[in-house]
Design a protein around this ligand. Sequence first.
Ligand code: DP6
Length: 326
Amino acid sequence: MKATAKAPANIASIKYWGRKDEKLRLPANDSISMNLSEVFTITTVEFSESYKKDEVKLVGKKLDRKEEKRIIDHLDRVRNLAKIKTFAKVVTKNNFPTGTGIASSASGFAALTVAAVKASGLEFSERQLSILARQGSGSACRSIPDGFVEWKSGSSSDSSYAHTLFPPDWLNIVDILAVVEKKTKKISSSEGHALTESSPFYGVRISGMKDKLKKIKQALTNKDFKTFGEISEAEAVNMHAVMMTSCPPLYYWTPETLKIILSVIEWREEGLPVYFTIDAGPNVHLLALPEEIDKIVQRLKRIEGIKGIIINKPTEGAKTISTHLF
Ligand code: DP6
């Protein structure tokens, strides 16, 4: 059977950085994110006796061995659950540059999970899909449910999944993504997670988590954009402090990243409500109110080195679609 899914990337306000179980991808802490409307992956999967081995293709980029194996391992998880041995063809397409800190593994593994599960004949609940997606890439579990999402770290595979906190239209905000680098990053987030404990600040980060999670959930409940933005920004810097102080250190920022950070702080001092957050890469996400889009885009365009601007709204999670890629 053939099936196709579309899944969004997501941006976390409370980040997943470090795991308590490497193999199961159980995160050290709960995380909170929103799905992004304009950065997504579309994936078609077909299981068929006519395939003599798994064929995996990413449109526009050659997958290396490791990436291909990670996808085939995920197909194996689906085959085990569906009790089938059939090989598959997978074609996947991102509408954004892969491996740059726009979460391609999140949208990628969410789309692969939904498409492969459907193509295998299984019928899974949202929770089961999220649990399965997590095993391919942690942040992918948050791209399954709609809108503003919480990933409960859990204590076992079955208790570690994401669910919707609020629907996409709950908080009327935008994520203005400033792309500064389109090249693939040198150290993947998968490798980075394993380094967290080597940072002297990791313990401090984890000890502050509970309180931060409580406060941001409160801010969301109250539709309090200012507090939501302030916590998101401080959290991103907190995570990057751990990254930069791990051994070996991870510097994902480029000079352009820092230029944007400093500009955002300046714009805020001038009265513009805008906050930044950054994942494991140099690109900067600006959280803002829709009425400020033009002003922010104009200002961003004056900063040298910005290669693209993508304006996202909060959106729904991964879904099957009827148009196949092959
Ligand atoms: C910095 O989900 O990419 O984006 O589980 O190894 O695939 P794997 O890691 P991944 O890590 C995401 C890290 C982050 C923060 C976040 O999205 O929460």
